[in-house]
Design a protein around this ligand. Structure first.
Ligand code: CMC
Length: 430
C-alpha cells in the first residue's frame, strides 16, 4: 500500500511530511496519524466526507462511474448470476466458493436458522404496535444473553459460530417481529427451503394454511437481499466497527448497526420513500413535491434520492427498477399507481436542473419498497429486510477489523466550541 510519495503540510512555521498511500482503486489517502503528535493539531471532518476510517478489502464503490464491487465482482453480475448465500460466502471469505464449499456453507446456515426457544418469550414482552426495527434491535442485542458460547471475540471459532448464527437467524427474527406485530403465531423455518423462500414462508404462512413460495418472488426477494448485502463504510457499518473497536460482543455490535440503519437518511429511507409515493398519490401532484424538495426554506427531501458516494447512478437502483417491473407483471399489477408515480417522479426529477446539478439520482431505496409492498410486506418491514440483508456486510467488516493488527479503539477528537473553564456559581447567585 505505501509508496514513496508524501504530502507536506506547512503551518505556523511547522512542516510535517505525511505519507501517501495508493489503494487498488479509488483516491489516494494521506496518512495523518502523526499529525497531532508532531503538529499539535487535529483535522476537522464532520460526516467523514474526506476521511478513510480503515483499511478494507471487501467492498468498493466508484461513485462517479456508479460501480459497486464486492471482492472485485460488480453487483449487477452478482445480482444476475449469483444468489445471496453465495454472495455471503464471498463477502465473508474473500473468494467465490467451489460447489462443495457452497453446499457446506448453505447447509451450515440452514441448520442454524432456529432460535433458542426461550427467545419467543422475549418477543412476547414487546407491545404489539412496536416497530419491527425496535424488536430487531432488542432481540439481536439479546442474543448475547442466549448464545454465551459465541461471544468470546478472542476465539476464532466462536467468531465463526457467531457469524453463521447471525446470518442464519436474522430472517427468523425479522419474520417473527412481523408475525408478533400482526398477532399471528410464529412460523418455524424449514430446512428444505432456500434462504429467501424460507423468509417469505415464515412471514406469510399460518399454521392453518401453508404458503406456496412462487419462485419468481423468491428470486426477487433473494435479489433484494443480494443488492443490500454490503456497502463499504456507510453509517451503520461504521457504527458496527466503532462498537466492535471496544471489544464488544458480536451481537451487541450488530444491534448497534441495526439501530443506526433505522434512521430515514440511511436504511429507513425505503419506508419513508414508499410513504412519500403514497402521499404524492397521483402523477399530477409531482411538481408540488419537487418544488418543496428544491425550496431552500423547506427541509423536505425526496426520499430515495441522492447518495453521499454515488454521483452518477446507483447500480442497485437500476437492477431493482427492472425487478419491480418483473414482480408487478407477475402479480398482474403492472399498472400499480405507486409504480406510475415513481417512474414519473424519477423522470421529472432527472429532467430538473436542481437534481442533475447536485447529482441526485434514485438510490436503492427508490424501487425496493414498491417490490416489497407488492409482495405483501407492510412499510414497517422494509427496513428490517434491509437489516437482515446487511447483516453479512456488517459481520464481514467486523471480522476484518478484528483481524487487523492495527486495531485501536475508535476515538474521534473534536473542535470544542463551548464555554472556557469557569467557576461554579451557587444556585442563589444565578
Ligand atoms: N432531495 C432534495 N435535495 C437533496 C436530496 C434529496 N433527496 N438529497 C440531497 N439534497 C440536496 C441537499 O439539500 C444539498 O443541497 P445544498 O448543497 O443546496 O445544501 C445537496 O443536495 C447535498 O446534500 P447533502 O445532504 O449535503 O448530501 P449528503 O451526502 O450528506 O446526503 C443523503 C446523502 C443520502 C443523506 C441525502 O441525499 C438524503 O437525505 N437523501 C434522502 C434520503 C435517502 O434516500 N437515503 C437513502 C440513502 S441510500 C441507502 C443507504 O445507503 O442507506
Amino acid at each position: 500500500m505505501a509508496d514513496n510519495r508524501s504530502a507536506t503540510l506547512r503551518f505556523d512555521n511547522k512542516e510535517i511530511e505525511l505519507p501517501i498511500y495508493s489503494p487498488t482503486a479509488g483516491p489516494d489517502v494521506i496518512d495523518i496519524r502523526k499529525l497531532y503528535g508532531q503538529g499539535g493539531v487535529f483535522t476537522y471532518d464532520p460526516g467523514f466526507t474526506s476521511t478513510a476510517s480503515c483499511d478494507s478489502t471487501i467492498t468498493f464503490i466508484d461513485g462517479d462511474k456508479g460501480e459497486l464491487l464486492h471482492r472485485g465482482y460488480p453487483i449487477d453480475q452478482l445480482a444476475e448470476k449469483s444468489h445471496y448465500l453465495e454472495v455471503c460466502y464471498l463477502l465473508l471469505y474473500g473468494e467465490l466458493p467451489t460447489g462443495k464449499q457452497l453446499e457446506d456453507f448453505e447447509s451450515l446456515v440452514t441448520n442454524h436458522t432456529m432460535l433458542h426457544d426461550q427467545m419467543s418469550y422475549f418477543f412476547r414482552g414487546f407491545r404489539r404496535d412496536a416497530h419491527p426495527m425496535a424488536i430487531l434491535v432488542g432481540v439481536v442485542g439479546a442474543m448475547s444473553a442466549f448464545y454465551h458460547d459465541s461471544t468470546d471475540i478472542s476465539d476464532p471459532q466462536q467468531r465463526e459460530v457467531a457469524s453463521i448464527r447471525l446470518i442464519a437467524k436474522m430472517p427468523t427474527i425479522a419474520a417473527w417481529a412481523y408475525k408478533f406485530s400482526i398477532g399471528q403465531p410464529f412460523i418455524y423455518p424449514r430446512n428444505d427451503l432456500d434462504y429467501a423462500s424460507n423468509f417469505l414462508r415464515m412471514c406469510f404462512a399460518v399454521p392453518a394454511q401453508d404458503y406456496e413460495v412462487n419462485p419468481i418472488l423468491s428470486r426477487a426477494m433473494d435479489r433484494i437481499f443480494t443488492l443490500h448485502a454490503d456497502h463499504e463504510q456507510n453509517a451503520s457499518t461504521s457504527t458496527v466497527r466503532l462498537a466492535s473497536s471496544s471489544g464488544a460482543n458480536p451481537f451487541a455490535c450488530i444491534a448497534a448497526g441495526i439501530a443506526c440503519l433505522w434512521g430515514p437518511a440511511h436504511g429507513g429511507a425505503n419506508q419513508a420513500c414508499l410513504e412519500m409515493l403514497k402521499e404524492i398519490g397521483t402523477p399530477d401532484r409531482i411538481p408540488e413535491f419537487i418544488a418543496r424538495a428544491k425550496d431552500k426554506d423547506d427541509n423536505y427531501r425526496l426520499m430515495g434520492f441522492g447518495h453521499r458516494v454515488y454521483k452518477n447512478h446507483d447500480p442497485r437502483a437500476t437492477v431493482l427498477k427492472q425487478s419491480a417491473d418483473e414482480v408487478l407483471n407477475l402479480l398482474g399489477v403492472e399498472d400499480n399507481p405507486l409504480l406510475q408515480v415513481a417512474k414519473e417522479l424519477e423522470k421529472q426529477a432527472l429532467e430538473d436542473p436542481y437534481f442533475s446539478e447536485k447529482k441526485l439520482f434514485p438510490n436503492v431505496d427508490f424501487y425496493s419498497g414498491i417490490i416489497l409492498e407488492a409482495m405483501g410486506f407492510p412499510t414497517s418491514m422494509f427496513t428490517p429486510i434491509f437489516a437482515l440483508s446487511r447483516t453479512v456486510g456488517w459481520i464481514s467488516q467486523w471480522k476484518e477489523q478484528l483481524d487487523d493488527p492495527q486495531l485501536k479503539i475508535g476515538r474521534p477528537r473534536q473542535l470544542y466550541q463551548g464555554a472556557a473553564m469557569r467557576d461554579y456559581v451557587d444556585v442563589e447567585k444565578r
